[in-house]
Design a protein around this ligand. Structure first.
Ligand code: PLP
Length: 359
């Protein structure tokens, strides 16, 4: 029996995709072997690789002048590779310190070069994103790094800033779930394991003309240009993750693409926020209304004990992984692309029942 899995990542995947993978796992399209037993130089795998690249481009509406890279090391490796590849002599990097992940990205950049917080959300408890006028960009700033959605705190940039320097975006928890203004971004990256597939794959989108200007005095895996030159086949890629992501992208395409995912996310997170707002104070969201995440809905009941009871009872009803991140507590429902409407309806229904019993 499948449960409704609200895990923040890795997370639920479309059942149709899982079933297709199961059917192909032992004998991939009549080859007599599994895709994951093949050479990454085989024509079968190369076709899967090319298809995933081209679907990522078409479904996420990535412009032709951007290069898409499939890398390992998660979004975390990109915390390092972005400054390593982009920061030149005398340049510095600005970061929106918007939550756990923005904080992590800044910390890693600062370990490599000159990086600073253009805005710090810690004094407000990471409950909102900055307004444009609050960003302080210093001279010689190469880029402003933003985390479009803070997965742990449940806050989202409703619109992206236009600060006069290029943006770099960590889209990990909103990948291919909202359209983005590509012209403002030099680099966009994210792990695939929330909206797009299994763990083990990070997708990085770089402005192609930058590849001629990135640092080249680096070990090869750290160089964006080296990966680009080999179509992300410089070394053995995470073949299984790329293969499954291709299927998820095909599934998203069938549902109407990134715009449809964005509408779906707004509608479904909206249903949970409505349940919070109409609960007469039983449930509360710590996040400013304008910046509430469409992916990770964070909320609390009147007490820690009731939060724990909520999570436990929900689990009994097949609604799993609703516990908030260990660093913040509370309840968190992650409603990524592959979450079903039934799952969201069941959660909203359970919220009502639990409130009636405990309110
Ligand atoms: C916004 C954000 N950035 C970065 C990460 C780290 O990603 P990874 O585990 O792929 O390194 C996560 C993981 O949850 C995330 O949500």
């Amino acid at each position: 029996v499948r449960v409704h899995n609200f895990c923040a990542g890795p997370c639920t995947l479309p059942l149709e995709v899982l079933e297709e993978v199961r059917d192909e796992l032992v004998d991939f399209r009549g080859s007599g072997m599994s895709l994951i037993e093949m050479s990454h130089r085989s024509p079968e795998y190369e076709a899967v690789h090319e298809e995933a690249l081209s679907l990522f481009r078409s479904v996420f509406v990535v412009p032709a002048d951007r290069t898409i890279l499939f890398l390992q090391g998660g979004a975390t490796l990109q915390f390092a590779l972005v400054p390593i590849n982009l920061l030149g002599e005398g340049q510095r990097a600005a970061y929106v310190r918007s939550g756990t992940w923005g904080k992590g990205a800044l910390k890693d950049a600062a370990a490599w070069g000159d990086a600073y917080a253009a805005w710090d959300g810690e004094p407000v408890g990471f409950t909102r994103m900055p307004q444009a006028h609050e960003l302080e960009i210093r001279t010689d700033t190469r880029y402003l790094h933003v985390t479009s959605n803070e997965t742990i705190e449940g806050i989202r940039m409703a619109s992206f800033p236009d600060p006069g320097v290029p943006l770099v975006g960590d889209l990990s928890s909103e990948y291919v779930s909202r359209p983005i203004p590509w012209e403002r971004f030099d680099v966009v990256y994210g792990g695939a394991q929330k909206n797009l597939g299994p763990a083990g794959l990070a997708v990085v989108v770089v402005r192609t003309d930058l590849l001629e200007r990135v640092r080249t005095d680096l070990p090869s895996y750290l160089r964006y240009d080296a990966h680009a030159a080999k179509d992300s086949l410089m070394n053995t890629p995470p073949m299984f993750a790329i293969y499954v992501m291709g299927k998820v992208l095909r599934w998203i395409e069938g549902l109407g693409g990134v715009e449809a995912m964005a509408e779906r996310a707004e509608r479904r997170s909206g249903a949970v926020y409505d349940a919070i707002e109409t609960s007469e104070g039983f449930y509360r969201s710590p996040v400013d209304a304008a910046d509430r995440s469409h992916m990770n809905v964070v909320f609390r009941t009147p007490s820690d004990d009731l939060d724990a009871a909520f999570v436990k009872e929900a689990e009994g009803g097949g609604l799993v992984n609703l516990k908030g991140h260990r660093s913040v507590g509370g309840i968190r429902a992650s409603i990524y692309n592959a979450m079903t409407d039934e799952g969201v309806d069941a959660l909203v229904g359970f919220m009502g029942t639990f409130r009636d019993a405990n309110g």
